[in-house]
Write a protein that binds this ligand. Structure first.
Ligand code: ZN
Length: 486
C-alpha cells in the first residue's frame, strides 16, 4: 500500500492498532508520540488510511529511513501494543471462556503485531507428498549446519539476555535482532515456571515454543513427560514435543530448554501402529511401534502410566547397545536420546517416542543416523523434532537450485551452474529416467525426487532399519524394555 506521507502511514498504524492490537482510545495520542519519538522528524496531522498489513505500515513509515530497519520496525509495533501484563491478563480472561479462543486470539495478536511474519510465511513453498510427508521450502529463515551448531554450543553465552529464547528478550533490542514486539504467556509445567510464545517462522499452524524461564540446557529426564502433559492439559487442542537434547538430532537451540508445539497434526501423528506391543509393567497402556520412516513408538493410556512407561523406554534406550546395527549408546559422550511428543485424545494421553542416536563414524562423519552425504544437497541441517515427525523445512537456496535442475531437464541450459556440483547425480538420475521434459514434467520429476530424498533422510535417521539386522536389534530392544509383541 502506498502512503502520501510518513505522517499518513503513522496515523494509519495508530488506526490499525485500534482495530487489531487493542490500543485504547485514551492511549491514541500517547502512542503517536511514542512513534514520533522512535522515528524522529516532523508530523502533519492527517486522516490516515485503512491498512490491515502490519509490514506495509512499517514499510510506509520507514521508507527512505537509514539504520537497522528490523529493530526500528519492531520498535514501532511495540509503541502501539499492549504491555506484556495487559496482554497476559486478556489472554487468561479469554482462556477462562475457552482455551481455543485464547490461543486463537494470542496467535492473531502475534501476527497483527508482526512478530509472526505471516506474509513472509505465506510465500514459502509447501506441499503434501503422496508418501505422507509434508515439505516446505522455507524462504524466510537462514540455513544452519551442524558445524554452526557446534560453534554455537561452544560459544560463550551472551551476557544479557543469555540466549535468543530467554524471556528477557521480551521488549529487548539488539542489532539485527529485535524482540520489542514479543509477548509471552506464563505457564507452570511440572511445578516449574515456563512460558509460551509463537514462532516468528511458524512452520505450521499456531507453531510456538514453550520455554523454561530458567536458562538451562535441554534435558530429557523423568519429568519431561509430566511437563508435556501439563501443557496439553492447559491446551488440549495443541500437541507439544521436546527436541532431542543432543546436536545433530536436536533443534537449533540446545542451551536453553524448550518444547515445540502448535495446533496441527503432523504426518507421524497420523501413522498407524505397525507392531502392537504390551508392557508387562503397564499392561493398560496401548503401545506399539509406528509404521513410520524413522523409529518411533506410540503409548496411549492414563497420564501416570504413559509417563512412567515412556521414561522406562527412554532409559532403556539410553544404555541399549547393538553393534551389528551400529547402535552404541555412548562413547566418550552420550549418543542415544529420545524425543517425546504429547497430545490428548478425549480424556486419554498419547505420547509418541522417537528414538535417536547422534554417533558419527568414518563412513558417516556427519552422523550414522543423520541424513547421509548423498542427500545433503537437499538437507544437511540437524533433523530435529519437526522433520523427524515428517514436516520437512528445506532451505531457501533450493528454490533457485531446483529451478536450475528443471532448466537442464527442459533443455533450457546445457548444464548446472558451477556452484551446483552437489546436484549432478540428481540431475543425471532424472535425465536418465525422463530424458528431455516439458516444464510441467520437469517440475513433477524434481518434486518427486525431493520427496523420495526426504523419505530416505528419515530412513537414514531410523535407528532400527527395516531389514533383518534392524529387526533383530528391535527385538532385542523390546526385550530390554519389557515390551512384548501382541
Ligand atoms: Zn536462554
Amino acid at each position: 500500500m502506498e502512503f502520501a506521507s510518513r505522517s499518513e502511514a503513522l496515523v494509519s498504524l495508530v488506526k490499525f492498532a485500534r482495530r487489531h492490537l487493542l490500543l485504547d482510545e485514551r492511549d491514541e495520542g500517547y502512542a503517536l508520540s511514542r512513534l514520533l519519538a522512535a522515528v524522529g522528524g516532523g508530523f502533519s496531522p492527517c486522516e490516515g488510511k485503512i491498512c490491515d498489513d502490519p509490514q506495509d505500515l512499517i514499510d510506509g513509515i520507514l521508507a527512505g529511513t537509514e539504520g537497522d530497519l528490523t529493530v526500528l520496525g519492531e520498535r514501532l509495533m511495540d509503541a502501539v501494543m499492549l504491555r506484556p501484563s495487559e496482554f497476559e491478563r486478556i489472554f487468561w480472561g479469554k482462556y477462562a471462556q475457552s482455551p481455543i479462543a485464547a490461543t486463537n486470539w494470542a496467535n492473531a495478536y502475534a501476527i497483527h503485531s508482526n512478530y509472526v511474519k505471516a506474509a513472509a510465511i505465506a510465500k514459502n513453498l509447501r506441499w503434501h507428498a503422496d508418501c505422507g510427508l509434508e515439505i516446505t521450502v522455507n524462504l524466510s529463515k537462514p540455513e544452519k549446519n551442524n558445524a554452526d551448531l557446534k560453534k554455537q554450543l561452544a560459544a560463550p553465552s551472551l551476557s544479557y539476555p543469555k540466549c535468543t529464547i530467554c524471556r528477557e528478550n521480551e521488549g529487548f533490542e539488539r542489532a539485527g535482532f529485535s524482540r520489542a514486539n514479543l509477548r509471552t504467556i506464563s505457564l507452570t509445567l511440572a511445578g516449574e515456571p515456563w512460558f509460551w510464545q509463537y514462532s516468528p517462522y511458524a512452520y505450521f499452524n499456531e507453531h510456538g515454543i514453550a520455554v523454561r524461564c530458567e536458562h538451562t540446557p535441554m534435558v530429557l529426564d523423568g519429568r519431561t513427560a509430566e511437563r508435556l502433559f501439563d501443557f496439553v492439559d492447559l491446551f488440549p487442542h495443541y500437541f507439544i514435543g521436546n527436541n532431542a537434547p543432543l546436536p545433530r538430532v536436536g533443534g537449533s537451540i540446545l542451551m536453553h530448554d524448550h518444547f515445540q508445539g502448535g495446533a496441527e497434526t503432523l504426518p507421524m501423528q497420523k501413522a498407524p501402529v505397525r507392531i502392537p506391543l504390551r508392557s508387562e509393567r503397564h499392561p493398560a497402556v496401548r503401545a506399539g511401534v509406528l509404521d513410520w520412516y524413522d523409529t518411533a513408538l506410540r503409548l496411549e493410556g492414563t497420564r501416570g502410566e504413559v509417563s512412567a512407561l515412556a521414561y522406562e523406554i527412554a532409559t532403556a534406550w539410553e544404555t541399549f547397545s547393538f553393534p551389528a546395527a551400529e547402535i552404541l549408546p555412548a562413547t566418550d559422550e552420550q549418543h542415544s536420546t529420545a524425543s517425546f511428543i504429547a497430545r490428548k485424545r478425549g480424556e486419554g494421553y498419547i505420547l509418541d517416542v522417537i528414538l535417536r542416536n547422534n554417533r558419527c563414524s568414518s563412513v558417516h562423519p556427519d552422523g550414522i543416523f543423520h541424513a547421509h552425504r548423498d542427500k545433503h544437497h537437499i538437507k544437511r541441517e540437524s533433523i530435529g523434532l519437526i522433520e523427524a515427525m515428517g514436516l520437512f523445512i528445506l532451505p531457501a537456496r533450493l528454490k533457485r537450485q531446483l529451478g536450475c535442475v528443471c532448466d537442464v531437464l527442459e533443455g533450457k541450459s546445457e548444464g548446472l551452474p558451477a556452484d551446483m556440483g552437489a546436484f549432478e547425480s540428481m540431475t543425471e538420475r532424472l535425465l536418465a529416467a525422463h530424458g528431455r521434459c516439458s516444464p510441467e514434467e520437469a517440475r513433477l520429476a524434481v518434486k518427486a525426487d525431493v520427496e523420495a530424498t526426504c523419505r530416505e533422510i528419515l530412513e537414514d535417521c531410523a535407528v532400527f532399519k527395516r531389514d533383518s539386522v534392524g529387526d533383530a536389534a528391535l527385538e532385542a530392544f523390546l526385550n530390554a524394555s519389557n515390551l512384548k509383541k501382541e
